[in-house]
Design a binder for this molecule. Structure first.
Ligand code: KIV
Length: 263
């Protein structure tokens, strides 16, 4: 069964929604085969796959290439392309044109944009033109310079109220779901209750409608920066290093290739 934005929206209150990031074909195939419902081609790949210090430098050209690869590896999950920094901030027209490239050229099923109430004009334009939108509020990494780093948001009453207003405004403007990042658990619960669309948490506590993790964090493949909310389910980084060392040893000793690997 192919997941669409509409089907994901209908999961609220029925089951917890399982989401992961991916940036390449092989990873997408494995994640899709595991039955994950939403795959985000997150701009966090700027750090985990391209080695940038933060998400700000990644370009549309790079994101389009990763999004297209993930789409090729996915049969059932909804693939959401993350719009990179400054691909939608300049104007509604710019955002519409670049979102269209993710849908037309990469074959994505939806786009994600960061920001609250001030993004409503763009969200409306996208939705009216047939492009499903996943919102993203709370800790929005494209604003780290303005936020002064990766800081938990909504701790103060005023900020928390603004985030609840943002979630409601995003819902009214037509997003099918909202990613809520880096807020206290109590606020995560309140925002999840305040809207009828699914709230996907990342560092937003236990009471959201679903969870998303960066796949490199889950697999132990990226250790430059590990937020408190990132759970490592396996240390593939260590397993890979062990395999590379075995390979090195066998090439150096002449044990590889053996007869079975020769024509
Ligand atoms: O870029 C990304 O991976 C994200 C998730 C952390 C939600 O935006």
């Amino acid at each position: 069964m192919k997941w669409t934005a509409t089907k994901i929206k209908q999961l609220k209150g029925r089951q917890n929604i399982v989401c992961l990031t991916a940036g390449d074909y092989s990873m997408a195939r494995i994640i899709d085969a595991a039955g994950v419902q939403l795959i985000l081609v997150g701009d966090s790949l700027a750090m985990t796959m391209l080695g940038y210090e933060n998400t700000l430098p990644v370009t549309m050209v790079e994101m389009l290439q990763h999004a297209a690869a993930v789409v090729r590896g996915t049969k059932e999950a909804l693939v959401v392309a993350d719009m990179p920094f400054m691909s939608y901030q300049a104007s509604v027209e710019q955002g519409l044109a670049n979102a269209g490239r993710f849908i037309k050229r990469a074959g994505a099923g939806a786009v994600k944009i960061e920001g609250g109430t001030f993004r409503v004009p763009l969200i409306k334009a996208l939705v009216e033109n047939g492009i499903p939108v996943l919102g993203h509020i709370g800790l929005t990494p494209q604003s780290i310079k303005e936020m002064g780093g990766y800081k938990v948001q909504g701790r103060k009453n005023k900020e928390a109220k603004q985030l609840i207003r943002d979630a409601r405004e995003l819902e009214k403007s037509g997003v099918f779901s909202i990613v809520l990042e880096g807020v206290p658990e109590s606020l995560g619960r309140e925002i999840t209750k305040a809207v009828k669309i699914p709230v996907i948490g990342i560092g937003a506590g236990r009471y959201c409608d679903g969870q998303i993790l960066v796949v490199h964090d889950l697999l132990g493949l990226y250790s430059d920066f590990t937020p408190k909310f990132a759970k490592r389910y396996v240390d593939l980084g260590a397993a890979m290093k062990k395999a590379f060392l075995s390979y090195k040893k066998e090439v150096e000793s002449g044990a590889f290739p053996s007869k079975e690997h020769c024509y």
